[in-house]
Design a protein around this ligand. Structure first.
Ligand code: NAP
Ligand code: ZN
Length: 364
């Protein structure tokens, strides 16, 4: 049994401003890595620039990170980091910019071809990362994973090393206040998925369980607000904490079939990551229930839900659009995803036919 989570966390309102002295230890020049709008819309960019300027730290900005970033997209950022000779990275955004920053940090210090990042043979340590999440769901600020889109394989793949954890993360729920309701829901469901997939996983352990169960209790408190759409600041704080706890838990165990089955829904059908997971969660939980009814029951209790039917009703309220696949697509996705690495973590021996039956529930 082991536990590893080396990221130093600061949390609470104005935690960046209140801990401005943290930055100077990282060097004299930063690359701010972000998407097209989130850093500005959330207010995090202004806060970061203000502390960098106070500390006389120069910076460049790479604000081209795509949603579900591609390997090439990150390689471009890595080349900018190299050219600009930066000492460290400040990543601002949802899981996409945070994950991209881990790849950019690696490309900046290693002379490798874009796809070689998955070989795990990098000689040099990546640049250090300071992470500022602006969504509450992926937990990427406390995981070693970087999930990248690989067009040549028509899927998403992840790489990770013990050095790809962010060194510092700032958790300020103010930065999630500008999120539209739809992204708030999708990202919260991603955190729900992480918590469930981490416990209902062959690799679960006493340490990871602690965080995953706590995340479920927090998400349970937020479910009524997610359904009504009345998202107060208190709920935003709960969701950001839950996302972090769930991230800590998957950093120990990895995810399982929901995530691998969600990737084609994102790659081919354009669903957001959280939405893709959400459409598969009820089927996954039903399968887990057959393998370990008492555990599933216990987890539903943490969410404040009676049974699998109530769980399914909640997910259907949060994500009503479900008839999105043709039968051909359901077959193709099952045959592709049954080969994924994390299928082995499923608590029962899932078959291609079962995966097909999960996808078939999403047919038109
Ligand atoms: P995202 O792709 O980072 O962001 C989704 C959208 O929300 C983008 O358009 C983004 O704008 C916008 N946005 C972000 N923060 C905002 C804010 N505060 N106000 C307004 N708009 C905002 O979404 P995500 O769900 O957080 O991340 C998904 C990615 O994370 C996927 O690639 C997934 O595979 C990965 N992931 C990683 C891990 C891990 O452990 N590393 C775990 C789960 C998922 P911009 O265009 O400006 O960015
Ligand atoms: Zn996820």
């Amino acid at each position: 049994m082991s536990f590893f989570m080396p990221t130093k966390l600061y949390s609470g309102r104005d935690c960046i401003k209140n801990n401005a002295s943290v930055f100077s230890a990282f060097g004299k020049k930063a690359l701010i890595v972000t998407g097209r709008t989130s850093a500005k819309a959330s207010g995090a960019l202004d806060d970061i620039i203000s502390v960098l300027q106070k500390d006389n730290i120069a910076y460049d900005i790479f604000d081209k990170v795509l949603n579900n970033p591609t390997v090439e997209n990150c390689y471009e950022g890595g080349m900018l980091a190299k050219k600009s000779n930066v000492d460290f990275i400040v990543a601002i955004g949802g899981g996409s910019p945070l994950d991209a920053s881990k790849a950019i940090a690696m490309y900046a210090t290693n002379d490798i071809e874009p796809l070689d990042i998955f070989l795990g043979e990098q000689k040099n340590k990546p640049l250090s990362i300071i992470a500022v999440p602006t969504t509450a769901g992926t937990g990427s600020e406390v995981t070693q994973y970087s999930v990248l889109t690989v067009d040549s394989e028509e899927t998403k793949k992840s790489f990770s090393t013990n050095d790809t954890f962010a060194t510092v993360a700032f958790l300020d729920a103010r930065y999630t206040e500008s999120l539209p309701l739809g992204i708030t829901i999708d990202t919260a469901v991603d955190a729900l998925s992480h918590s469930l997939e981490s416990i209902l996983n062959k690799r679960t352990n006493k340490f990871s369980e602690l965080y995953a169960k706590e995340a479920l209790k927090l998400i349970g408190k937020a479910i009524p607000a997610l359904i009504s759409g009345d998202i107060t600041f208190e709920i935003r704080e709960i969701l950001l904490l839950a996302s972090m706890y769930a991230g800590v838990s998957i950093a120990q165990t990895g995810t399982t079939v929901v995530h691998s089955m969600g990737y084609p829904l994102t790659y081919y059908k354009g669903l957001t990551h959280g939405n893709a997971n959400g459409l598969l969660l009820s089927s996954f939980l039903e399968g887990c229930d057959k393998a370990n009814h008492s555990l599933v029951n216990e987890l539903l209790g943490y969410l404040g839900l009676e049974d699998l039917n109530e769980f399914d009703e909640v997910l259907k309220k949060l994500m009503p659009n479900r008839n999105i696949l043709t039968n051909e697509e359901a077959k193709k996705f099952a045959s592709k995803t049954i080969k994924a690495k994390n299928v082995a973590s499923c608590i029962w021996d899932i078959t291609e036919a079962e995966e097909y039956s999960f996808f078939a529930k999403l047919t038109k």
